[in-house]
Design a protein around this ligand. Structure first.
Ligand code: SF4
Ligand code: SF4
Length: 289
């Protein structure tokens, strides 16, 4: 079956389908927004006919962080916030949206969020093309699709959930109506970085400027070698040893959740504040690093 409705109507149909498929977030970038990227990082290296990049997101529920915040239960985050969320819940949503595209005659390439730090596998298999595997920067793609911004502490922040989401991508040859880039800031630009990360891994002495489709963002230097030893809720990268540590439940990210909620920056609100007492954290680790 081929798509016989116009681009906007079909794009609206995908957006309507997304929550039915289990996604909380769906944003679309035209392939042209990736023009500045080298072939090794370009979605079209994976699917040369791609016209649109669809970024699919699923929330990490706030309660999934509770056991780490209280310092009493860590496995619930590993399952519901990381492994099951990535590999079951979000993967199912991504696949259902891919099926919707293919039911309408458009090829849909689903991509799990493998870390961009994974090195390529030696020599190119096809002359003139980058070596496999081409690894995309999904947070960068989310910015290009208008889903969010990279916060000063280096996490993807969205207006709805702040740093609490997992994302995957779909590359498709369907030309879809894009979302605009996010213009309203989510990040508060906190200056007291020592209070965000008591181990001093987030520093403002090596700021980096990111550029995604003309949107520039300044981010702090985050020392991944310190994060790798941190026991404040951080986990190893779930996909590859080369990838950066998973900080989604770590003290820095939980501090970010608290601040964004207190500042009223997020669309999702709760009856009660996230932090009700002093958070759990291994501050004494500081003296051993
Ligand atoms: S903790 Fe503050 S500076 Fe860091 S990402 Fe969150 S809002 Fe931005
Ligand atoms: S993961 Fe740990 S060391 Fe790294 S920034 Fe967060 S709190 Fe600091």
């Amino acid at each position: 079956m081929t798509c016989n409705i116009d681009t906007k109507a079909f794009s609206d149909a995908i957006r309507t389908h997304a929550p039915r498929a289990g996604a909380d977030l769906l944003f679309i970038a035209p392939i042209e927004r990736f023009n500045d990227l080298p072939a090794e990082k370009h979605p079209a290296s994976i699917f040369p006919e791609a016209r649109s990049v669809v970024v699919v997101g699923k929330r990490i529920t706030r309660g999934t962080l509770r056991g780490v915040e209280e310092g009493t239960q860590f496995d619930l985050y590993r399952q519901y916030g990381r492994d099951w969320l990535n590999n079951r819940v979000l993967a199912t949503a991504t696949y259902r949206i891919s099926e919707f595209l293919e039911d309408n005659g458009w090829e849909a390439v689903p991509l799990p969020n493998l870390p961009p730090e994974v090195p390529p596998m030696g020599i190119p298999v096809r002359e003139g093309l980058p070596a496999p595997n081409v690894m995309l920067d999904f947070d960068d793609a989310a910015v290009r699709a208008g889903m969010g911004e990279i916060g000063y502490c280096g996490m993807l922040l969205t207006p709805r959930f702040g740093p609490r989401q997992r994302i995957q991508l779909i590359l498709t040859d369907a030309e879809l109506t894009p979302d605009p880039l996010l213009t309203e800031p989510v990040c508060l630009g906190c200056k007291d970085l020592k209070d965000i990360c008591p181990l001093g891994a987030i520093r403002n002495d090596g700021n980096e400027t990111l550029n995604a489709a003309g949107k520039t963002t300044t981010v702090a230097k985050v020392d991944a070698s310190i994060c790798g030893k941190c026991r404040n809720g951080v986990e190893a990268n779930p996909f590859h040893a080369s990838g950066k540590p998973d900080r989604c439940a770590s003290l820095c990210t939980r501090n970010c959740v608290v601040r964004l909620e207190e500042a009223g920056r997020l669309m999702e609100s709760f009856e009660n504040p996230f932090r009700k007492r002093a958070p759990w954290g291994f501050v004494e680790e500081l003296h051993r690093l």
